[in-house]
Design a protein around this ligand. Structure first.
Ligand SMILES: [Zn+2]
Length: 82
């Protein structure tokens, strides 16, 4: 997701991902942290795949399935039905 694709979940204002909405002042800090955590999980998953570390791949895939199921199916099409 590029930063220009982000919309405030409260007022739908299009903006870069930032801790406070520019229009409605909604606190988006948890959303920013969750987005950063998902990006780190995806990076860890890709690193595990490069190293053929199946345990780490499964662990990160399980966490991504809970936090960002659409992102998981994008990077792991075989996880679509789980
Ligand atoms: Zn807003």
């Amino acid at each position: 997701m590029s930063s220009n694709d982000f919309r405030c979940p409260a007022c739908r204002a299009k903006q870069p991902l930032q801790p406070v909405c520019r229009r409605c002042d909604a606190d988006l800090s948890l959303l920013v942290r969750a987005t950063e955590h998902v990006a780190a999980l995806i990076a860890r998953h890709e690193q595990a795949r490069a190293q053929a570390d199946h345990h780490a791949m499964e662990t990160t895939a399980r966490q991504l399935a809970l936090l960002a199921p659409k992102r998981l199916t994008a990077i792991c099409p075989d996880k679509r039905d789980q």
